[in-house]
Design a protein around this ligand. Sequence first.
Ligand code: GDP
Ligand code: MN
Length: 361
Amino acid sequence: DALGAAGLALSLAHFAFPLAYYAYLKARWLGRPWGLRLDPGYRPRVTVVVPTYMERGLIEGKLENVYEQDYPRELLEVLVVDGASGDGTAEAAREWAGRHGDLRVEVVVEPARRGKAPALNEALRRARGEVVVVTDADSLWPRSALSEAVKWLSDERVAAVSCLKLPGGGTVPGVEEAYRGFYNTVRLAESKAWSTPVFHGELAAFKRGFLEEIGGFPTDVGADDSYTAVAAALAGLRAITPDGLACVEYVPGRGYAAWRTRRAQHLVQSFAKALRRLRGSRAPGRFKAVLLAEAYLHLVNPWLLLSAAALLAASAAAGMVLPAAALALGALLLLYKPYRAWVATQAFLVIAMVRNLWTKE
Ligand code: GDP
Ligand code: MN
């Protein structure tokens, strides 16, 4: 019947687009050279910014991890901007700094919790480094992370560098690791094409001059890191996640769904704003294509799956065999991890879009 046919067509379209986009990125960009001129001797002063809210359990390990970087310590400065945590985060950071006199650490305590982006802007006003690297407390870097990030920033067209992601922290739901391989490939290929519109809070490195030019981090979209990457591309600069730079994030065991929903809400906000700014921007055509594809994947494509499932279910309920079989197959495939991860992501995006209507968090 018509419902069943429409359902099948929608589900086909839902799965075909991302696969086609992935195939396009792989064939067209993944193996291409970067087209950058890197200067291995570039050694700028670097300001590492750690925004914290209630991170007493992680802050020392985080500072230790920055301390162990192979980047020259005398060129480093760390700014911990604490949102008035009541758990002793700032005190622990100060105490750690007292024990490590050979690393410049400044701990700034805000009068009240204001959110991450305002904290980053506070840090930006104080930062002296030519490069500003933002990193969440709940993440870890490999020893060479800073030197890697700086290396890519040595090209004048690169305004921003982020890392690929490895899940970590013990309590990794299977969903999380399954989708990383796919997404890391996409991020890398987009970066080679020009820029990726998705950055990671584990490590987001920017040239300070660029940040000042765009007026700092956006306070109207949750994904301050991703939207700032988009802003770089819109300004005609590059924002990349190079290979050989991966970070670990602790995936929360409890509150996983709420965490995924919040992340999805932030990305949705970022893409919505990016679309409004795309026209008249200085981004090259191939970035516009990437942005449109990603915006479609985040804002439109999830609804196709939801509609397809609803249509197939309605048709199956009316006694249609083929739609019922398709639905059963779709359910059976949930046993297959990457597929399950994909479907879960679509669900989080749909929930995020609906939730964005009343709270931006
Ligand atoms: P998620 O990874 O998106 O869930 O975000 P997190 O909760 O991990 O927050 C990212 C980073 O920002 C962490 O280091 C937090 O401690 C920090 N953070 C979150 N909210 C605030 C805030 O209101 N003020 C400050 N200063 N830092 C914050
Ligand atoms: Mn986090």
